[in-house]
Design a protein around this ligand. Structure first.
Ligand code: FAD
Length: 466
């Protein structure tokens, strides 16, 4: 059997078995496992890496959830799943799959609360900054405010629940009888391949950001750019899905990011832009409305000379940015430059002084509200820049793909006629997301939204199916 294959043969032997087998130990797989185990199923998680991390560990770990008790505790009482669905649909200009958006928005609040009650995951609501496109403060994070800490807390909960996570176990093949998944073949270093029989299978192995061929096929405009997600996410769910006759959706959708410190590869939060920072290219010119969205900005930045841009801001924004762990890492790594005046800023960035002066003068006019921006950005409400200035060189990157297997209301994969597979489930980046078919459709948090909400559903329903 080759890699990511489907066989209709009877498995030659069974080396192990579990009622629910989960492929992938990121947020989706771990939430799935916790929920399936709590529902009484015997669960195994298969993870290709020696130490589970996934894109989840690389993320900021911010999970959007409406109408939670954590919101109520800080006086946010007017959020609802309906409002959240409306925000998702607005960002994607109505192109997201409304049924999946509704499913995720209705289940993410209960999932977050369930994780607190049954897995000891603590949550705080970030209320110091309103993420673009969200009508209210609904980003939840673990107290450390990082994706690595979220992954670590989920792993600790999985361990405490006694769920085996088999590491260095890459799932390479599925054994199928008609539409039923019978077993998963795994490859482990230095061992013969093993076959794990399953009552139900959950694909939680994310998308295809780590598969250059699939990137060229589905998202050619970003295929040559940097992939900043987990390298092990090589699109196995899509490859199996295609071989099984499963339906897929929005495979051209993805999340980009237009602000990755270059060459350090450290995320510079888009919160800086929302607080007033601007982006200029190496010629000192602004080239976009920086409030249009960080995902589509990946493409805008990559279109600039050298595929790079400079984030420019002042000390007020620098102080604000210091609250983000990634930003502090960037400072430590020497990515952040500081200059007492525009001439020195031009020197440290290598941007022509005249061009930079002109751009910053123009921005001052916009910041004072004297004229409107040719790119359509609203500069109102934030003070004009005051020296010293700060700058960081950034590039655009692909964070994760948003298309995947289409699912029904139980998180079961469906075939091209819309009929569900009896025991095959998908969630997180393996399933079709809620960002529509385009880079501009990604609303902050759409990734962990479907990882956790669909994992929560897949876990319960896979346990029932098994
Ligand atoms: C820099 C960055 C910042 C982000 N910030 C946020 C944020 O703040 N909020 C948000 O909502 N989203 C964010 N995202 C997106 C978010 O990280 C993902 O949407 C989410 O982590 C997906 O979870 P997952 O469980 O589906 O996949 P992952 O966490 O990637 O887990 C998939 C796992 O499957 C394993 N795997 C793959 N193939 C196989 C196989 N064949 N056999 C065995 N194992 C396999 C992988 O090794 C991996 O461990 C960010 C992404 C990046 C890159």
């Amino acid at each position: 059997m080759g890699e990511a294959t489907v066989s209709r043969d009877v498995p030659p032997r069974i080396d192990a078995e579990a009622e629910v087998v989960v492929i992938g130990a990121g947020a989706c797989g771990l939430v799935t496992a916790l929920r399936a185990k709590a529902a009484g199923a015997e669960v195994i998680v298969l993870e290709r890496d020696a130490s589970p991390s996934g894109s989840t560990s690389m993320s900021s770990g911010f999970v959007p959830a409406p109408a939670t008790r954590f919101q109520h505790a800080i006086g946010i009482d007017d959020d609802t799943p309906e409002l959240f669905v409306a925000d998702i649909m607005t960002k994607s200009k109505g192109t997201s799959r409304r049924d999946i958006a509704k499913l995720a928005a209705e289940n993410i609040g209960p999932a977050v609360e369930w994780l607190a009650d049954h897995a000891g995951v603590e949550w705080i609501v970030l209320d110091d900054f309103l993420y673009p496109g969200h009508s209210c403060h609904r980003m939840h994070a673990v107290p450390e405010k990082t994706g690595a800490a979220l992954e670590a807390r989920l792993l600790a909960a999985v361990e405490a629940a006694g769920i085996p996570v088999v590491t260095e176990a890459r799932a390479v093949g599925l054994y199928v009888e008609e539409k039923k998944i019978r077993a998963v073949e795994i490859e482990r270093p230095g061992r013969k391949r093993e076959i794990v029989a399953c009552g139900a299978l959950v694909l939680a192995c994310n998308g295809y950001g780590g598969n250059p061929d699939l990137l060229r096929e589905y998202v050619p405009e970003i295929a040559g750019g940097l992939y900043y997600g987990h390298a092990g996410n090589t699109g196995d769910a899509i490859i199996w899905g295609r071989a099984l006759g499963a339906d897929t959706g929005d495979l051209s959708g993805y999340q980009g990011h237009g602000s990755l410190a270059h060459p350090h590869g450290i995320l510079i939060s888009w919160a800086l832009m929302m607080e007033g920072a601007i982006q200029v290219n190496s010629e000192g010119k602004r080239f976009s409305n920086e409030h249009g969205g960080y995902s589509e900005q990946a493409v805008n930045v990559l279109a600039q000379p050298g595929g790079i841009a400079w984030n420019i801001y002042d000390a007020r924004i620098h102080e604000f940015a210091l609250s983000f762990p990634d930003y502090r890492d960037a400072l430590q790594a020497g990515a952040i430059r500081q200059a007492p005046d525009i001439a020195a800023l031009a020197d440290t960035t290598g941007i022509a002084r005249n061009a930079l002066e002109q751009t910053l003068q123009r921005v001052q006019i916009l910041q004072r509200g004297e004229e409107s921006d040719a790119f359509g950005r609203d500069f109102a409400g934030k003070p004009a820049f005051a020296p010293p200035y700060f700058a960081v060189k950034v590039t655009g990157a692909l964070f994760h793909t948003q298309g995947g297997l289409l699912i029904d209301r139980t998180a079961r994969a469906v075939d091209v006629r819309g009929n569900p597979f009896p025991n095959l489930f998908a969630g997180g980046g393996a399933a079709c997301g809620v960002s529509g078919p385009d880079v501009s459709g990604y609303l902050s948090g759409n990734g962990l939204l479907t990882a956790i909400a669909l994992g929560f559903m897949a876990g319960a329903n896979a346990a029932a199916a098994a």
